[in-house]
Every structure is written in C-alpha cells, then in structure tokens.
Design a protein around this ligand. Structure first.
Ligand SMILES: [Zn+2]
Length: 153
C-alpha cells in the first residue's frame, strides 16, 4: 500500500514537471527538466513492466503475484488468482505457503523465471534456488524439482 502511494506521488510530481516544461516560456528546457522527463519515462516503463504487465496476463495465467497496492501493509507475500466456482471468474487474494520437507523453512509461491521453466513455483526461504517445488493450484499439490538425492539420508 505504501509503495502504491509512493507511485502516485512520483507520478504526480513527474507529470507536473512535464507540464511545467511544456508550458514554460523559454524555448530550451533546462538540463534538470530534461533529466526529470527521462526519469518520468523510466518510471512509467518500470511501473508498467513490474506492476501492470503481470496483471494483464492474469486471464491467461490465472494466478500472478499480487501487486503491493492490493495487499495490506503488514503482508509481504500474496497472490492474485482467478477461480471459477460458477460460470463467472472471481478474483481473490490468496497466500499459498507450505513447509520445506528438506530444511523445514517456509515455502512461498514465486515466479519460476529465470531458473525454472514453470510459471509459478514454490521457493523455500532457506534456499530459494535449490529447494524449488512445482505447484498445481487446482490439486493443491507439487513435487520437488531438484534431484531426488536430496531426500536420501
Ligand atoms: Zn528448504
């Protein structure tokens, strides 16, 4: 929620500066105004890339990491998913967690890229790149994606 308010504040400041440059009397904008306009473009790109583009993929992927403005301030991990109990899609905020059978740390859902081919995987907080699990949200099941030798004692 705080990052969402910060995004709005940055957007208002950058839009105000952009309008100020366009409406100024001088023919040549100052260096700081040009720098701020490029900052605005970078801000707009990163906001689209990391906040709104994942939301656009929600109808096809059915689950995405919930953006900060949809979750409460004391929550750091949540998913936004579509489910279909009837003929209609319903969006809901959920948090899927489990316990890692290897190290007993908490396993949270995360994007599989760049190291896994699955869209969403369960990543252990203790070792997020070695203790990785698949996740089937319809069956609420998953399996270890590493070598089976981890479970030999
Ligand atoms: Zn683990």
């Amino acid at each position: 929620m705080l990052s969402f308010l910060a995004n709005i504040l940055f957007a208002v400041v950058f839009i105000w500066l952009f309008i100020d440059v366009l409406t100024s009397d001088s023919a040549k904008p100052s260096f700081i105004n040009v720098l701020l306009m490029f900052g605005f473009l970078a801000y707009a790109y990163f906001t689209y890339r990391f906040v709104y583009k994942p939301l656009h993929s929600l109808p096809s992927t059915r689950i995405v990491k919930a953006p900060d403005f949809l979750i409460s301030t004391n929550q750091f991990n949540a998913e936004l998913e579509l489910f279909r109990p009837t003929d209609y899609n319903i969006a809901r905020i959920t948090e899927y967690t489990s316990t890692c059978p290897i190290c007993d740390s908490k396993v949270e859902l995360d994007y599989g890229k760049p190291d896994r081919s699955y869209y969403m995987v369960g990543r252990c907080r203790g070792d997020p790149h070695a203790h990785v699990y698949s996740f089937d949200r319809m069956l609420m099941k998953g399996y270890f994606l590493g070598h089976g030798g981890y479970f030999d004692h």
